[in-house]
Design a protein around this ligand. Sequence first.
Ligand SMILES: NC(=O)C1=CN([C@@H]2O[C@H](COP(=O)(O)OP(=O)(O)OC[C@H]3O[C@@H](n4cnc5c(N)ncnc54)[C@H](O)[C@@H]3O)[C@@H](O)[C@H]2O)C=CC1
Ligand SMILES: N[C@@H](CC=O)C(=O)O
Ligand code: NA
Length: 434
Amino acid sequence: MKSVKVGICGLGTVGGGTFNVLKRNAEEITRRAGCAIEVIQVATRARNPHCDTSNTLITDDVFAVVTNPEVDVVVELIGGDTIAKDLVLQAIENGKHVVTANKALIAVHGNEIFAKAREKGVSVSFEAAVAGGIPVIKAIREGLAGNRINWLAGIINGTGNFILSEMREKGRDFADVLAEAQALGYAEADPTFDVEGIDAAHKLTILASIAFGIPLQFDKAYTEGITQLTTADVNYAEALGYRIKHLGVARRTADGIELRVHPTMIPADRLIANVNGVMNAVMVNGDAVGSTLYYGAGAGMEPTASAVVADIVDVARSLSIAPEARVPYLAFQDDALSSHPILPIEQCESAYYLRIQAQDHPGVLAQVASIMSERGINIESIMQLEAEEQEGLVPMILVTHRVQEQLINEAVTELEKLDSISGAVVRIRVEQLA
Ligand SMILES: NC(=O)C1=CN([C@@H]2O[C@H](COP(=O)(O)OP(=O)(O)OC[C@H]3O[C@@H](n4cnc5c(N)ncnc54)[C@H](O)[C@@H]3O)[C@@H](O)[C@H]2O)C=CC1
Ligand SMILES: N[C@@H](CC=O)C(=O)O
Ligand code: NA
């Protein structure tokens, strides 16, 4: 029986997990793939204490893997988008299939990488790049192929969700939980990617492309992280029956596509509002299927390896298939991608939670209401927390109906000009996800 020969570049969290899962489940994997999958070379700068590489060819030069004539599939697990990009392009040039978990690479350079891969007739697979072990790319690209997808929304950064969950449930400190996420191998090499929403924006960019059939456009994604969230707003959200989650939202509208990542208030009784710790979940709404939900571990050694290995099995199974008959990289045929534009955040629409520090005297409420009504912004609920008065200021909380962001921007500017209002207005977007 012919075997498929794999070279792994990077033996860290995901590389180590991939190496071990391929070895441990070799027999079942062979039964699935129809051939053995053999790791013939590993490039790593340091030994991974979780991996027994005693019978494996080891190099510290990742480029030795892509020039090894025996290697059929290069598995890129070094991360980053500089050396990794050169590595992947060179692998493709040399006629190797590529499997990667690198969302930064795909979101930023995917269009170029796919063009090169198409030219060379090789596959580039990236299931592990979005939501770790959840097979969400396969679900959207293949399982929902009959649908016109309306929107998707997901908790797609495990580190961020772990931090928010631990802070809310156990009152733990942000920095302390982030350090734990790093120790568990969940965080990116630069953890600001996790907490500032960049990692989630990479993943959302990929999801939107395969859902709507548009080119990858990471530079147009609106990105906001979790570092500005306060315990006060987490608690007020709870009191209002909501939970704050860091969400990536992609929505098709008549004018374009919303592509945004930010903290979001979701009704606390929604399944996705109860996805905690390192778990991820992605809701996808299609015109035929309605709403669907995909849940599982979004980061970590073996959950991520599960997706990498599934991609390797897919490559092994499809080696004999003509390139044009394979599932397209971005789900839609390469020459059928749409130019529907990505909307600037000002043209995106959602409901809003606004928290204002207002003076406790008559007429303030009327001033606030008038600023909102002048812009046609409907207020769903308003709450003035007299019991929390401090130095003559009381928190006033408004929840609006859905409205365009630019109208909220104007309203916030006007509110902040009022003498009866102190400091900046806090805003958090609200999504019902119904
Ligand atoms: N950790 C996780 O849970 C997940 C990570 N990913 C992605 O997987 C990729 C790998 O992430 P991790 O395994 O967490 O990172 P890691 O830092 O644990 O492992 C990367 C390994 O690559 C090695 N490396 C980097 N540059 C190298 C070079 N030029 N030559 C030789 N070795 C080199 C490093 O020494 C390290 O051992 C990244 O793209 C990441 O975004 C994706 C999903 C989940
Ligand atoms: N740093 C990422 C790893 C998986 O993609 C995360 O925390 O989700
Ligand atoms: Na995945």
